[in-house]
Write a protein of this length. Structure first.
Length: 310
């Protein structure tokens, strides 16, 4: 349990709600306002700040507060919601969330926000741009199937073509970033050494899992939302289930597992053994996805390429 003076911050696009005790104040999510907030917190003896990751809106606050010497802690959104339910808190407002974040970092174990390198930051931005562009392409292609006017089809085709150019440009930028950074190059080679793991999975893993090689097998699986949670009570014994985690990683690992099940002899044997033991197909694939993430974590940690078990 932390004993330092701590604050919880709920982050929105345009402002932050800051909880110091029961008092909550709102400040703008701008550079000048955040510098003023950092000075105020330091003057009050605050040493620890907790925030949820919000897809980028928290980035300026993390950088500014960390540069002022504050320990900025990352609060997992799913764990925070369960923490709130455990306290009997069902209402959800920015002010309530800020207070809950403060209580959470005082009572639960958390870890600092990662300090990504410039290359890591650029890589993540481009990978997420590809994800957004591909989602837009799928949406436009669905609209195109329903379009009945040639003029609308032509406009949609132009938008799709432009987005595909964005994907190509992003892939070229990612390749250049990885090639220019020795650490990313080494990680990319290790990740791609697993048969069935392609370029797309490698990019997502490098961008969304900077902790790769630094955590335990259990922690890395939970971070990706692939750790099974038991559900047993008395005579009730329901199947374990996975939940939470980083959605992009979970999806990438599952899709890579499907490719491995087709092209990787070791993965084929694992899937077959699980199926022979009565595991449903989806359960077997999730198990393979979890094993994949654990393997990637191990080979990056040990700095040795994957070798297929005998």
């Amino acid at each position: 349990m932390m004993t330092q003076t701590a604050v919880g911050i709920d982050v929105a696009k345009n402002w932050l709600d800051v909880a110091l005790g029961e008092r909550v104040k709102r400040t703008d999510n701008t550079g000048s306002a955040l510098h003023a907030l950092a000075g105020e917190l330091v003057a009050q003896g605050v040493t620890v700040v907790g925030m949820e990751p919000t897809g980028g809106y928290e980035r300026l606050a993390v950088t500014t507060l960390r540069s002022a010497g504050l320990d900025v802690r990352m609060v997992d959104s799913w764990r925070l919601r369960q923490f709130a339910k455990g306290r009997g808190t069902r209402a959800k407002t920015d002010q309530i969330d800020a207070r809950l974040i403060r209580l959470f970092i005082l009572r639960e174990e958390t870890r600092p926000f990662p300090e990504p390198s410039q290359a890591q930051t650029r890589l993540t931005a481009w990978v997420r741009e590809i994800s957004r562009a591909e989602a837009d392409i799928r949406r436009l292609e669905n609209r195109r199937e329903a379009a009945i006017l040639d003029q609308i089809v032509a406009r949609l085709d132009a938008e799709i073509a432009a987005l595909k150019q964005t994907v190509v440009a992003a892939e070229q930028a990612i390749d250049a970033i990885i090639a220019e950074d020795p650490e990313l190059t080494a990680k990319a080679q290790l990740v791609a050494s697993v048969r069935g793991v392609g370029r797309k999975t490698t990019r997502v893993v490098l961008a969304e899992l900077p902790e790769l090689g630094q955590l335990t097998a259990q922690s890395i699986a939970a971070l990706c939302g692939l750790a099974p949670y038991q559900r047993k009570s008395g005579k009730t014994n329901r199947p374990a289930r996975v939940e939470g985690g980083r959605a992009a990683l979970k999806r990438a690992a599952f899709l890579a597992a499907r490719a491995m099940a087709l092209h990787n002899p070791w993965a084929k044997k694992l899937i077959q053994r699980l199926r022979d033991n009565g595991k449903p197909y989806k359960v077997a694939m999730i198990a393979l996805a979890r094993r994949l993430i654990v393997i990637l974590n191990a080979i990056v940690r040990d700095r040795g390429p994957w070798r297929q078990p005998a």
